[in-house]
Design a protein around this ligand. Structure first.
Ligand code: ATP
Ligand code: MG
Length: 266
């Protein structure tokens, strides 16, 4: 039985698609059979992140409505042997997804794959409830900004109200220089606001943009600090004991973070 992990956020643009693609690829690199499921209905772009946009025929709503077999909707990413992808619908609204199909879709994911990573839509509308219904665990991704944190807090409350307890946090686009100047909230501030355990801290990384222009995922780019952070997050998903601060991309960045956050090890 595999595990379904939803990547969610309150605010848009906090890095869900980036995180889903890179965590999924990293788990596949570790030999796990992985499905990346795009559930950002109407606004899909995980297909682009994976370079599969010209290959999409069927999508998840076709599977949920039994217009095609599960296998017919699955695409492979040639660069990662164990990585499969199922697209979100682009033309149909999320209302097309009948909640009655949640359990069936969830079982399809769990029976066939070791891990399914769902790229969800931002906020609590649209296919949010459908994606959450499929998930065993939810990773909330936020940037250290007040608006993103407030929206993440709202999403966490809604998930808790719906009985979801397995939640972990990624803080993305962290800049040690801005934290040091007191301009950006530090990791402790974010954790105090959201009160869920941290699974990873991802630095702001211009290499992500370079990688995406080249059609390469950050986890395959040795120069990418964010890529290293996503590799470590996947290790933690696999249950490895990797200290949160030990994603050292550049020694300078690590030392700065250690100085700022002290020994708390968040
Ligand atoms: N750590 C990072 N450093 C630099 N840029 C980043 C980082 N994480 C994400 N980005 C950039 O931020 C933008 C938004 O990322 P992404 O598309 O993954 O967010 P999203 O949460 O999926 O957005 P949406 O809510 O629209 O689906 C992208 O251009 C991405 O390359
Ligand atoms: Mg997205």
């Amino acid at each position: 039985m595999g595990k379904v992990i939803m990547i969610a956020s309150g605010k848009g643009g906090t890095g869900k698609t980036t995180a889903a693609a890179n965590i999924g690829a990293a788990l596949a690199m570790r030999g796990k059979l992985v499905l990346l499921a795009d559930m950002d209905m109407g606004l899909r772009n995980l297909d682009i992140a994976l370079g599969l946009e010209s290959e999409v025929v069927y999508d998840i709503s076709d599977v949920a409505s039994k217009r095609c077999a599960f296998d017919d909707a699955l695409l492979r990413n040639g660069r990662f042997e164990n990585l499969y992808f199922i697209p979100a619908t682009q033309t149909r609204s999320s209302k097309e997804l009948d909640d009655g199909s949640i359990e069936e879709v969830r079982q399809l994911f769990k029976n066939r794959f070791d891990y399914c990573i769902i790229d969800a839509s931002a906020g609590i509308e649209g296919s949010f409830a459908y994606a959450a219904g499929c998930a065993d665990e939810i990773i909330i991704i936020t940037t250290p900004e007040t608006a993103a944190l407030r929206d993440a807090d709202r999403v966490i409350s809604v998930l808790e109200e719906n009985g979801k307890t397995e939640m972990r946090l990624i803080i993305n686009r962290v800049r040690a220089d801005l934290i040091e100047k007191g301009i950006m909230k530090n990791v402790d501030d974010c954790v105090d606001i959201l009160s869920i355990p941290v699974i990873g801290i991802v630095p702001e990384d211009s290499e992500l943009f370079v990688s995406s222009l080249q059609g390469v995922l950050a986890v395959s780019n040795e120069k990418s600090a964010a890529g290293k952070a996503f590799l470590n997050i996947s290790g933690r998903i696999l249950g490895e004991n990797i200290p949160i601060m030990d994603f050292s991309e550049k020694e300078g960045f690590l030392m700065k973070l250690r100085r700022i956050f002290g020994k708390k090890g968040v």
